[in-house]
Design a protein around this ligand. Sequence first.
Ligand code: NAD
Ligand code: MG
Length: 330
Amino acid sequence: MSVNIFYESDTNPKLLADKRICVLGYGSQGRAHARNLADSGLNVVVGLREGSWSWDVVKGDGLEPAEVSEAVKDADIICFLLPDPVQPAVYEQHVAPNMKKDATLLFAHGFNLHFGQISPPADNDVIMAAPKGPGKLVRDLYEQGQGVPCLVAVAQDASGSAMQTALAYAWGIGGARAGVIETSFAEETETDLFGEQAVLCGGLASLMKAGFETLVEAGYAPEMAYFECIHETKLIIDLIYQGGLKKMRRFISDTAKYGDITRGPRVVPAEAKAEMKRILGEIQDGTFAREWILENQCNRPRYNALLRKDEGHQMEEVGAKLRGMMKWLD
Ligand code: NAD
Ligand code: MG
């Protein structure tokens, strides 16, 4: 399946000229979006919790802070740049009772919409604009005249121009300078969850732990295991990030390459891929979402216990010691 990609010339920034944009949350994404939108000449208000310490930060950045329930009142576009687990309660308590009937609701991740944790009335446009990078990069590149590629999607199109609004917003945060990819709330949510579970966070952490443990259990020094199985992943990832497997394989030795292509597939055999498909199935049928929502409702006992277990892993202790010898890393 191919995707639609849009650029600045495909957007109509004038659509936002007389609109008031309310950015909820001033964390990684919120601060970057709010500042970029304001520097793009748009009318921005930042919605914060009562007594939030971000109040002075927002003012220091030359922007206007307000409490969430006030900030949403006259907003044409309300951006949910809050942590995903708190969004449903903020929506119920502060946004829904105060928002304009035809306000556009904008998300940077589809979880709450796709899994029915927020269900806006049919009068509202519901759109997504999700930069494919952390907030700091979204801001830094904007200041350099560049942008981070951005996903856009439409879940509800009451106005008939929801996609145009999403594209104009992507222009406002600088994403259209790099390119804007059209997706759906379902596709963004399911691929995002799968990526972080199977590859980026879950897969990678488990791969590194298993490699580290294999060497240590065979009697090798934990320091050596740390360098080989954890520290050096950065060099390899940077090469793949810049130029794919091809560039990585140009920089490693022939011995490393032969080990890579003959042994790699044994580490991730067909059974691993079959498990990935089961993990994807649990995402698609809502099993994962239900589990995570319930976990949050009972104060995260499993989440806390499993994280605590990894905090005590030998790889973390050795890593801290070795990173102390490499002050240049921070
Ligand atoms: P964050 O944790 O960095 O920031 C969230 C902000 O919301 C913080 O300033 C926090 O103080 C504030 N907040 C928390 N509870 C609140 C409440 N009850 N009322 C008002 N404010 C409250 O989160 P983030 O990483 O910027 O994520 C925001 C959204 O962007 C999420 O939907 C996330 O999935 C999405 N997203 C994040 C990234 C990323 O790289 N961080 C990338 C793409 C999309
Ligand atoms: Mg993710």
